[in-house]
Design a binder for this molecule. Structure first.
Ligand code: AP5
Length: 227
């Protein structure tokens, strides 16, 4: 299966998609995660690129289409993406969707389904304002809805948790503006192709996952047991 998961910042894309891709047995390709890994690289040859990425991301701007498309094309050519993949955070502009569609059509493996995670403005702000991440392994927590076992420390490796640099009020407002102008048109793009589904992203992570799993045809016997 080849999936695209869309939604505004804080909709829960990261929370839901790593689990969904694992249950579906397909590659999870998250451009935000790829960029964060690239920018934290200590390889000196990558430093100018890391600085460039930091300057876009921390202000809540999109990384330019050309660079993003190139990185995703390389990632999609890796063997683990051959049986299927889930794209999280890509495409994010009409230009990216055009390039992706053209490449996949040429390879005879078009996108099967795009899913929009629906969430309201106040819930977005509450989720992003309470998000904490581990700077080492990228694990995501929330002060209220998904707190770490020991306050302020990553469950997996005990590293002190931090706020994402783009979760400041200023950057969040810019991300929402960019989403409204550049990413929202993609809903029409996929609806016109007859492959768009919508999922209510309000509720507990397990409740949202149940809805998502149903929409992508993952038959389950309750949360936690893919069949
Ligand atoms: P990216 O990392 O993709 O950020 P985003 O799209 O803004 O999404 P987020 O990661 O903020 O939110 P999410 O939907 O994954 O929510 P999460 O699961 O964490 O991109 C970052 C930057 O990289 C971009 O701004 C851009 O600069 C660049 N970039 C990436 N892709 C690009 C592209 N294609 N083109 C150009 N540039 C690109 O959940 C949020 C919080 O809510 C967490 O604390 C979580 O625990 C909590 N939560 C989740 N679900 C629930 C729930 N059901 N109930 C309560 N709390 C919940």
């Amino acid at each position: 299966m080849r999936l695209v998961i869309l939604g505004p910042p804080g909709a829960g894309k990261g929370t839901q998609t790593s689990r969904l891709a694992s249950d579906l047995g397909i590659a999870h390709i998250a451009t935000g995660d790829i960029f964060r890994a690239m920018r934290s690289s200590t390889d000196t040859q990558q430093s100018p690129l890391a600085d460039r990425l930091r300057s876009y991301m921390d202000r809540g701007e999109l990384v330019p289409d050309e660079l993003t498309n190139e990185i995703v094309a390389h990632r999609l050519a890796e063997p683990d993406a051959e049986p299927g993949f889930l794209l999280d955070g890509y495409p994010r502009t009409t230009e990216q969707a055009k390039v992706l569609d053209a490449e996949l059509e040429a390879q005879g493996r078009p996108i099967d389904k795009a899913v929009k995670l629906m969430i309201t403005g106040p819930e977005i702000i509450a989720r992003l304002a309470g998000r904490l991440v581990c700077p080492v392994d990228g694990a995501t927590y929330h002060l209220r809805s998904n707190p770490p076992r020991v306050p302020g420390l990553c469950d997996l490796d005990g590293t002190p948790l931090v706020q994402r640099p783009d979760d400041t009020e200023e950057a969040v407002l810019r991300r929402l503006e960019v989403y409204g102008k550049q990413t929202k048109p993609l809903y029409d793009w996929y609806a016109a192709r007859g492959i768009l589904d919508e999922v209510d992203a309000i509720g507990t992570p397990d409740e949202v996952y149940e809805r998502l799993a149903k929409v992508v045809g993952l038959h389950r016997n309750g949360v936690g047991g893919a069949t």
